[in-house]
Design a protein around this ligand. Structure first.
Ligand code: 4AD
Ligand code: MG
Length: 461
């Protein structure tokens, strides 16, 4: 049985003696009678150094090995105090499991992120992407841990749905109808009654509406799954397929919602700082200098809070020239969000109480009848990380709002029933998981924090 490199680094002194490791070649250097191989097995950020000498029967074959070859190495682990690496393995046998030819695209040199995107099936083998995807895995675990420790129920909401939660018309259709020859009704429109689900169905843009049904049963719930948006915006922060975490809490208002969001973000940062030390140091050194200090400051200070109306005043009063004009009622653009969080507050900040016109139908109307109990969490370097709100639990107000927006009551019959059958105050939010990973690692393109990015014109691998 082989032993993982992570285990060896954890306590090398207790493995002094014969060990067997399996992994892939990062580099090979050899002279006439001996050589060194850096072997990495993916379990740990660091590689082990293997020393091989010409008494090995396959010495010549080993010396010619290409980067990327798969090996099983048995040898003597010896401690090397004072050296760059705390130990090395003096090989007694090296078995080649899989060779790797010189055309292997990941030779020992720096490759650009753009280049690596084109070989996304290989990039997890690099230092940067190895670190990104390990942090992604740990952050996902931390999120479950955070909610499970607080007794939230993990709700699995459907990916195929008939409702457009955000009302933005950015749904991908799911249909079995023949696009060249769909069935038509008497008016000549496509007859979705003949489609697989008997109505027009789409991929979900958010699990929120379904999560609300579970919150009305379990009080505190969360979803964590893929969501889809046919947003044509070609930006470094938008993907067509992304993962969202959506807690929903009953008997709770907007302040409870913001508290939960702040606690959760801080918990995940702390967890990753503690459990991905090598990876975080790597990001700090090679990707985003100073990120460690910034993250530590974030967990040790309160997030800011400002109303939309106040935020507009701040933007209007700034000497900064914005591309998009600022006025009460405008949707905040990335440049506005980044000014607020990076230059004005210089920390994460919640913006609350947006005009109802720029927010979704389900948000709770404020007393002023102009704004809704919404909150967005803006963070430096990213902009919007979280969008959430208190929900409209008053049936009459909700119906009124849906009418204003031209939404069809029948399409939301079960959602409206939640207000009839023991309806109560409740709130929730959605956190874009990829944006959180960008925030944690300092990576600046969403395509580089999701294993196989789906964006306009790209669905390879
Ligand atoms: O603000 P959004 O659209 O809110 C909702 O979907 C609510 N139903 C959430 C809720 O209250 N349960 O999206 C929430 C978050 C955004 O703040 C952003 O981080 C992320 O999802 N997001 C995207 N991430 C990557 N690519 C996209 N195209 C995204 N669209 C939204
Ligand atoms: Mg939003």
């Amino acid at each position: 049985k082989t032993i993982s490199i992570r285990t060896l680094y954890g306590m090398p002194e207790s493995y002094v003696g014969t060990v067997t490791v399996a992994g892939w070649v990062r580099t090979v250097r050899d002279s006439k009678t001996f050589g060194f191989i850096e072997v990495n097995d993916g379990t740990f950020f660091k590689s082990v150094q293997v020393v091989f000498e010409d008494h090995l029967s396959n010495f010549k074959e080993i010396a010619k090995l290409g980067v990327g070859a798969a090996l099983i190495v048995t040898g003597e682990l010896v401690l090397t105090p004072g050296q760059k690496q705390p130990f090395e393995i003096k090989a007694t046998s090296i078995e080649v499991e899989g060779e790797c030819p010189p055309e292997y695209p990941l030779q020992k040199k720096r490759h650009s992120f753009e280049y690596l995107r084109q070989i996304a099936y290989l990039r997890p083998r690099t230092n940067t992407f190895g670190a990104v995807f390990r942090v992604r895995s740990l952050a996902a675990y931390a999120i479950h841990k955070f909610f499970q420790e607080r007794n939230f129920v993990y709700a699995h909401t459907p990916l195929i749905t008939a409702s457009d939660c955000e009302g933005a018309g950015e749904m991908f259709r799911v249909t079995t109808l023949d696009p060249a020859n769909p069935p038509k009704n008497e008016q000549g429109e496509v007859n979705f009654k003949e489609d697989f689900f008997g109505k027009m169905a789409s991929l979900t843009v958010s699990g929120q509406l379904s999560a609300e049904t579970f919150a009305m049963a379990f009080r505190d719930v969360y979803t964590f799954g893929p969501t889809f948006r046919a947003e044509k915006s070609n930006t470094p922060r938008h993907a067509a397929e992304f993962w969202m975490i959506e807690p929903e809490i009953a008997f709770a208002d907007l302040n409870d919602d913001m508290q939960l969001a702040e606690d959760m973000v801080k918990f995940v940062i702390n967890y990753v700082l503690e459990h991905a030390k090598e990876e975080m140091q790597f990001f700090n050194q090679f990707v985003d200098k100073g990120i460690l200090e910034r993250l530590e400051n974030i967990v040790n200070a309160d997030f800011g809070k400002v109303s939309y109306t106040e935020a507009i005043k701040i933007l209007e009063g700034s000497s900064k020239k914005f591309e998009y004009p600022v006025f009460w009622g405008c949707d905040l653009q990335t440049e506005h969000e980044r000014y607020l969080t990076e230059e004005h507050f210089q920390k994460p900040v919640f913006v609350t109480d947006y005009p109802k016109e720029i927010k979704a139908f389900y948000m709770r109307m404020n007393e002023d009848n102009k704004t809704v109990a919404a909150m967005d969490l803006l963070v430096p370097g990213i902009g919007e990380l979280i969008g959430g709100s208190q929900r409209e639990e008053r049936l009459d107000v909700l119906l009124e709002r849906m009418k204003e927006l031209g939404l069809n009551e029948e399409d939301y019959w079960w959602y409206l029933d939640l207000r009839r059958f023991g309806g109560t105050r409740h709130a929730g939010f959605g956190l874009g998981f990829e944006r959180l990973i960008m925030y944690l690692t300092g990576m600046t393109n969403i395509r580089d924090v999701i294993p196989f990015p789906r964006t306009t014109g790209s669905a390879e691998f």
